[in-house]
Design a protein around this ligand. Structure first.
Ligand code: GLC
Length: 445
């Protein structure tokens, strides 16, 4: 796979090293408990929606607990919704009273508290900001999802919204909360190239090292990295720029009472490994409730993921994508310096030998990452004139680590593989983007 083309190497470095972050969708909508699109879905009038602020009092919010949980899970950055599509600012904004400090009995600024706690615990803080959709504001214009029950499109003056709310709020976020890792813009349908460029310039003028995601719009002209579609994992070899998959733990972003359709911990780890093996980051979401608590089931999952990361994190953080241009049936590959990590999902574990074809590099030693004392015996057969390069590992009977076991191959020389599509463990697995359907020649023609 091609090396990632990284434009601004120094400021993007932390991001590509991090590999795993926490997404937090938290807003006034948590009080309704039906996700962050509820205002739009139920066409709730602005006045009625504003009334929720009178009783919104998430006094169980505890920045220390949230940041500690992210750390415990092995996450390296937090992206929190500063303002979502409902237009409610979860910070003290002078640009608009419709914010958590000025219009709720809670009266605290959770982003300030998070910023302080992140600085203490060495966690990167980042802000999500809905720059185009805003159902509360009379002048926001999106190409499809507008508040049409309170406002008339033909009466809208977009630049009232853009110049008097969006730019001032983005400025507040980048001047009052210390260094911000990135601004995560979203759903930019209809934004002009000029406005999108201006937004990027505004961010960079206030904090030159702050990254901007592709959803600022007009990617790849603007944006430092690509936000994939929600829950989307791309094909291997598809990307040449840094990227990230935003992913839900259950089926919702914002708090949704009763949504206990959680992904299993095992499946989240498999997805994270798969993403890392393609050179991307996983941004995994939690949706705290109206009291300011992260749902118990989410906490449990994150701790389980953290247990796995504590033992196997070296195979994720700061790694590069697999050099193989296809996926393996048994798991995935990541690379760091002179180490190749083979992630074997326990469900696919079979005692006996694991054969990898096309592995040209001499291996110095192989061992289990979660228990380096446990060595793995291996054999290498290289027949250059036949183009045969085979590495055969003898696996222990039982998988040595819970959920997914990682074997480290310490290399004796620079990593080289045969990039051709060769058969691996009896199968050739191609992403469909690499496959070509060729009509079989008519036999009797
Ligand atoms: C979508 C949704 C939004 C959510 C986001 C997360 O764009 O509009 O509600 O915040 O995806 O990636």
């Amino acid at each position: 796979m091609k090396e990632l083309m990284v434009e601004n190497k120094s400021s993007i470095h932390w991001f590509t090293e991090a590999r795993f972050g926490m997404f937090i969708h938290w807003g006034l909508y948590a009080a309704i408990g039906k996700g962050e699109w509820v205002m739009y879905g139920q066409k709730i009038p602005v006045k009625e929606y504003e009334a929720i602020t009178e009783t919104f009092n998430p006094n169980l919010f505890n920045a220390k607990e949230w940041v500690s949980l992210a750390k415990r899970a092995g996450m390296k950055y937090i992206v929190i919704t500063a303002k979502h599509h409902d237009g409610f600012a979860m910070f003290h904004s002078k640009a608009d009273k419709f914010n958590i400090v000025d219009s709720t009995p809670f009266g605290r600024d959770p982003l300030k508290e998070l910023a302080e706690e992140c600085a203490l615990q060495g966690m990167k803080l980042c802000f999500y900001y809905s720059h185009v959709i805003d159902w509360h504001h009379p002048h926001s214009i999106h190409d499809s999802a507008n508040n049409t029950w309170d406002y008339h499109l033909e009466e809208k003056a977009f630049y009232h919204y853009w110049n008097r709310l969006v730019k001032p709020q983005v400025t507040e976020l980048l001047t009052q909360y210390g260094p911000i890792g990135l601004v995560w813009f979203d759903t930019s349908g209809g934004l002009s190239k000029k406005d999108s460029e201006e937004m990027v310039q505004l961010v960079k003028s206030l904090q030159p090292d702050c990254l901007v995601n592709s959803r600022v719009s007009h990617w790849p002209n603007f944006g430092d990295f690509q936000s994939k579609g929600d829950n989307e994992i791309p094909m291997s070899g598809e990307d040449t720029k840094p990227w990230e998959t935003p992913m839900t733990l259950n089926k919702s972003w914002g708090y949704s009472a009763g949504d206990d359709h959680y992904k299993s911990t095992d499946s989240v780890i498999r997805k994270m490994v798969n993403i890392a093996s393609k050179g991307g980051n996983l941004l995994l979401n939690v949706g705290p409730d109206e009291r300011g608590e992260i749902p118990e089931l989410s906490v449990e999952k994150l701790k389980e993921i953290g247990d796995w990361m504590a033992k196997n994190g070296e195979s994720i953080y700061g790694t590069k994508a697999s050099p193989f241009p296809y996926e393996f049936d048994w798991g995935a590959v990541t690379v760091k310096e002179n180490k190749v990590f083979l992630h074997i999902h326990n469900q696919k574990w079979s005692s006996g030998s694991l054969r990898i074809n096309g592995f040209k590099t001499k291996v110095h030693q192989a061992y289990i990452l979660s228990n380096p004392q446990q060595k793995i015996s291996f054999m290498q057969e290289n027949r250059e004139n036949e183009g045969l390069y085979r590495l055969q590992l003898e696996l222990p009977e039982e998988p040595p680590c819970e959920l997914s076991s990682v074997i480290v191959l310490e290399l004796a020389e620079e990593l080289k593989i045969d990039p051709a599509f060769i058969e691996q463990s009896g199968v050739i697995k191609l992403d469909f983007g690499h496959a070509k359907i060729v009509r079989e020649q008519q036999q009797n023609a």
